[in-house]
Ligand binder design. Structure first.
Ligand code: NAD
Length: 297
């Protein structure tokens, strides 16, 4: 019998991920507060349900790909939430980027209802989501993780089972702390270089084969900043949230986080300038405005 899969959160990342699940032959049901996104998938053969509760009654496993832990909690524990509709043997795979402690709390509640809980956050952006080549960092018990390995392989090519529930989220916040710090640094460096009279294109070419290279620089400078194209992508609000997850988790673990805190404030400045929904590369704009410089090619 074909596995029935539910998907909640068909946004920038979730939509292409859901399309890949449908393309792999699974029976797919979706729920999202964005009616337009739902209609697009329904036109492609996905079935819609009115609430997460109804979704849980309909499918074997649900994937959530939501903006933050507060929304995941609402979708799981609300009156019309997943927990209200799920029967023993059901499974939840949360692929959103959230705090490991939050995931552990949800997993404990799930266990009390004999529901399996897996955290499986991703990296690779819209390109990886569309091409089904995401890196997926998985936390959870061995048996359910193995059971849903094939489903994860539809969305990602590099799948790492890194430990118990919450461990996937821990890897993800460490990774995204580096992305945030690198992006803020790349933005500062390129405004600086441009102010010194250097050609940003030449600067990128040289740094790409030198020790200052990073994913933030290699992917975001040519494709976003140089073109003046700042449509997310990965939104500044989400990067800010991920830095907050790192800062908060580090506080609980009593780990000093100098650079992460500074990087978070750089993104806060961009949010204050009204750039929260733009791509993380737009973090360069407040500094460009301050110096009346544009790093464009
Ligand atoms: P997004 O804002 O584009 O999508 C979120 C979706 O959730 C939207 O369709 C929205 O309508 C839906 N939603 C919100 N509240 C809901 C609710 N109560 N019930 C049902 N649906 C609801 O965000 P995104 O960029 O797709 O990111 C999703 C998650 O993946 C985030 O946790 C983010 O940090 C993480 N992530 C994003 C990227 C990226 O490049 N964009 C990469 C890796 C991980």
């Amino acid at each position: 019998m074909t596995l029935k899969v539910g998907f909640i959160g068909i946004g920038v990342m979730g939509k292409p991920m859901a399309k890949n699940i449908l393309g792999a032959g699974y029976s797919l049901f979706v729920n999202d507060v964005n009616e337009l996104a739902v209609q697009e998938l329904v036109a492609e053969g996905v079935k819609r349900v009115q609430s997460p509760r109804e979704l849980a009654q309909e499918v074997d496993v649900v994937i959530t790909m939501l903006p933050n832990g507060g929304i995941v909690e609402q979708v799981l524990l609300g009156e019309q939430g997943i927990f209200a509709g799920a029967k023993p043997g059901f499974a939840i795979i949360d692929m959103s980027s959230v705090a490991p402690t939050f995931t552990q709390k949800m997993a404990k509640l799930a266990m009390e209802q004999q529901i399996d809980y897996i955290d499986a956050p991703v990296s690779g952006g819209v390109k990886g989501a569309t091409e089904g080549t995401l890196t997926i960092m998985v936390g959870g018990e061995k048996e359910p993780v193995e059971r849903y390995q094939a489903l994860l392989e539809v969305m990602g090519k590099k799948i790492y089972h890194v430990g118990k529930v919450g461990a996937g989220d821990a890897v993800k916040i460490v990774n995204n702390l580096l992305l945030g710090v690198n992006m803020a640094a790349a933005a500062e460096a390129f405004v600086f270089g441009t102010k010194l009279g250097l050609d940003p294109k030449v600067l990128l070419e040289i740094i790409s084969v030198s020790s200052g290279n990073s994913y933030a620089l290699a992917a975001k400078m040519p494709n976003f900043v140089f073109k003046g194209q700042f449509e997310a992508g990965f939104a500044i609000d989400l990067q800010f949230k991920d830095l907050e997850l790192a800062v908060q988790t580090a506080k609980e673990a009593r780990v000093p986080m100098m650079l992460t805190n500074v990087a978070q404030q750089v993104f806060e400045q961009a949010r204050a300038a009204g750039l929260g929904r733009e791509d993380i590369s737009a973090v360069i704009k407040p500094l460009e405005d301050l110096l009346n410089i544009k790093v464009r090619v």
